[in-house]
Design a protein around this ligand. Structure first.
Ligand code: F6R
Length: 367
């Protein structure tokens, strides 16, 4: 049932191009000019009444929600807050009937996420669920559901569910933008065209897996490392760091690149690996100057950057892995893939149980 792969995690990483295609299937108009989310029951008038969005989730789904915040804010210009469900519930969140609460859950059974959904509804808010399990509790109780068609995810470490959640956010962001008129037709068409290219671009990243195996093996000798980035690169850095901790048990921290100098830079010492995400063109210069800060303290920097930016980024890093060029908002759907592979190969190199990491369960139904 692993279809020739050694582990479910690797199989699921390789299933991502299909998961992207299946999650987009039937949801994009033939002419590529609009999205079509027929399953949503919320009306256009309702969409126009939304004043704020709360995205609530746990773990990897929360990291997808961090990207979702940027997607919705930039496409629909509605203010978004993203929270971890176990915090949201207990901080008396200000939920009003004009708040759209989006819960994100692969399993649809995570106790804290389900409780957040109920709390939102109790306060008169509508809830949209992004979930991978059609008949799950979250799917049954939400007012609207966007299913991610990633297929069953068996490995404890989430991969294809996360990236399908990103696709769902892109689709929903475009849906809002179309109703609200916040983006012109050319921008919408451009985003859709770029989304259609993502599956093949992931395939090309997967073809380069052997290079990432080497990176993983070198990292596996270290006790601790850092992931840095700005904007959505920071959100992806957090997901990369969680994945690595979860299955390789190597300590790591994700940092907003500009925050390092406010304390954490003290931890950078000779030889420490730093994985720097550099996909946001308008932030290149800023991130490159943060890379210089860690290099000056002896860090070994592995850069993930857009193809075509090698000349600019290459000289600032020790090693560079190029990611196919896409629009800045869509970069997370590509840049996370090498990070998933690095975690996988690091876990393998250390001889851990990749699919069933210690202390963790696939579905967390306790609070
Ligand atoms: C990490 C991971 C977890 C889940 C989290 C939420 O790889 O899988 O962090 O993302 O437990 O689970 P769901 O999405 O089922 O609510």
């Amino acid at each position: 049932e692993k279809a020739g792969f050694d582990h479910f995690m690797l199989k699921e990483i390789y299933e991502q191009p299909k998961a992207y295609r299946d999650t987009m299937l039937g949801r994009i108009a033939e002419d590529g000019k609009s999205v079509n989310l027929k399953e949503l029951t919320m009306t256009a008038d309702y969409v126009k009444s939304i004043r704020k969005v709360h995205i609530v989730a746990c773990g990897t789904a929360y990291h997808a929600g961090m990207v979702g915040k940027t997607v919705i804010e930039s496409l629909a210009r509605i203010p978004v807050e993203t929270d971890v469900a176990s915090e949201y519930r207990y901080r008396s969140p200000i939920i009003t009937p004009d708040t759209l609460v989006i819960v994100v859950s692969q399993s649809g059974e995570t106790a804290d996420t389900l409780a957040a959904l109920r709390e939102a509804q109790r306060n008169g808010a509508r809830v949209l669920a992004i979930t991978n399990v059609v008949g799950s509790s979250v799917a049954r109780e939400a007012d609207d559901v966007l299913v991610t068609w990633a297929g069953p995810e068996i490995a404890v470490a989430s991969t294809k569910a996360y990236t399908s959640q990103l696709i769902a956010f892109y689709l929903f962001g475009l849906h809002l933008a179309t109703i609200l008129g916040t983006k012109d037709e050319a921008t919408v068409t451009g985003l859709i065209a770029a989304m259609n290219e993502l599956p093949e671009q992931v395939e090309s990243i997967l073809e380069n897996a052997p290079v990432l195996k080497q990176v993983a093996e070198s990292i596996s000798h270290h006790k601790s490392l850092f992931f840095i980035g700005r904007g959505v690169d920071y959100a992806v850095a957090q997901e990369g760091s969680l994945k690595l901790k979860e299955i390789s048990y190597i300590h790591s921290e994700a940092y907003a690149a500009g925050e390092l100098k406010h304390g954490t830079l003290a931890l950078i010492e000779d030889g420490i690996p730093v994985i720097a995400l550099v996909t946001q063109e308008e932030l290149y210069e800023k991130t490159l100057s943060n890379i210089k800060e860690v290099k000056a303290r002896g860090a070994h920097v592995f850069g993930l950057a857009n193809a075509g930016s090698e000349a600019e980024v290459g000289k600032s890093v020790d090693e560079l892995f190029a990611i196919p060029k896409t629009l800045p908002l869509l970069a997370p759907a590509l840049s996370v893939v090498p990070l998933q592979l690095i975690s996988y190969y690091a876990s393998l190199a250390l001889g851990h149980d990749v699919d069933k990491p210690r202390n963790l369960a696939k579905s967390v139904t306790v609070e």
